[in-house]
Design a protein around this ligand. Structure first.
Ligand SMILES: [Zn+2]
Length: 290
């Protein structure tokens, strides 16, 4: 899934290409494309694209008083439509511009979760953006410390919670935990000041690296081309210590980590108990909670 660096760089790219171009019409291509009933997308017809911004994992296309909020989800892409197809493959929605260009939202696969919200007024105070936490690139060290201390949650789960921090997905969560030399399953309210400091530096660094990689590109990268030291690298060597990168399944998602760097050498077992709703031992500190 595209995360903050990919989305942010893509917003800049789209704005550079299309700013000032008048929208002729918006065309939903699937039943699930449009997530809102009012205002109608037609309200943006005839208005120029003023800016393209981003919030968390969302792209915001502002036409006058109306903003289209786009969520790409897992396999979505928003890019120039170069086909002449009336019903483009995997098409979700299309923006037709007065100069003849078109922007096409596609979603690969069968999930059909990518979509478009049309909002009037300030989009940041409305669905689907209203409940998002601070953008991950903007969070300060003190704010991060407060967020971590506010609850008892697994670090990896916390990092991916869009209401805590917006813009972090599985790749960044894996990379941030590895950079910070913290177990993905350490409980957030048990982190000490030094660990929180490492975490903040890791978050900032991983986002900066992601942006640097993404900003030099003509189009959004594929998942496999994004910078990673452990994410998606099961069985490869950890570039820091040479140990093997491992994976563990937790609550139906796969987490990559390096045991030497992050868990004091402890190899994590797939969390069978989580399927029964039972919390498991705190692997990160090697001690049991109960
Ligand atoms: Zn390592």
């Amino acid at each position: 899934m595209p995360e903050f660096p990919e989305i942010h760089a893509h917003a800049r790219r789209l704005e550079a290409s299309l700013r000032g171009t008048v929208l002729q019409r918006f065309e939903p291509l699937s039943f699930t494309a449009l997530k809102t009933f009012a205002p109608p997308p037609e309200q943006a017809h005839g208005a120029p694209l003023q800016q393209v911004t981003d919030r968390g994992k969302h792209l915001l296309l502002a036409f006058g008083e109306v903003t289209f909020v786009v969520h790409l989800m897992q396999g979505g892409r928003l890019k120039p439509d170069t086909s002449k197809a009336k019903r483009p493959r995997n098409g979700v929605a299309r923006w037709h511009f007065a100069d003849g260009r078109r922007l096409l939202l596609t979603e690969a696969g069968t999930e059909r979760k990518a979509g478009v919200w049309v909002v009037a007024g300030d989009p940041l105070t409305q669905e689907p953006l209203a409940d998002l936490g601070t953008n991950a690139d903007q969070v300060g060290a003190d704010e991060l410390a407060d967020l971590l201390a506010a609850g008892s949650r697994r670090l990896h789960t916390f990092l991916r919670d869009q209401r805590a921090l917006a813009g972090v997905g599985r790749r960044l969560a894996n990379e941030v935990c590895h950079r910070a030399k913290l177990s993905p399953f350490v409980q957030t309210n048990r982190l000490d000041a030094a660990q929180v400091g490492r975490l903040h530096a890791a978050l900032t660094g991983a986002i900066a690296d992601g942006l640097a990689a993404e900003e030099g590109r003509d189009d959004m990268s594929a998942s496999k081309d994004r910078p990673s030291q452990v994410h998606g690298r099961t069985g490869e060597q950890c570039p820091v210590c040479g140990d093997e990168v491992r994976e563990v399944t937790y609550n139906r998602y796969t987490v990559n980590y390096c045991a030497t760097c992050q868990t004091g050498g402890r190899i994590l077992a797939d969390n069978a108990l989580s399927r029964l709703g039972v919390d498991q031992e705190d692997w990160g500190r090697g001690r049991r909670q109960r």
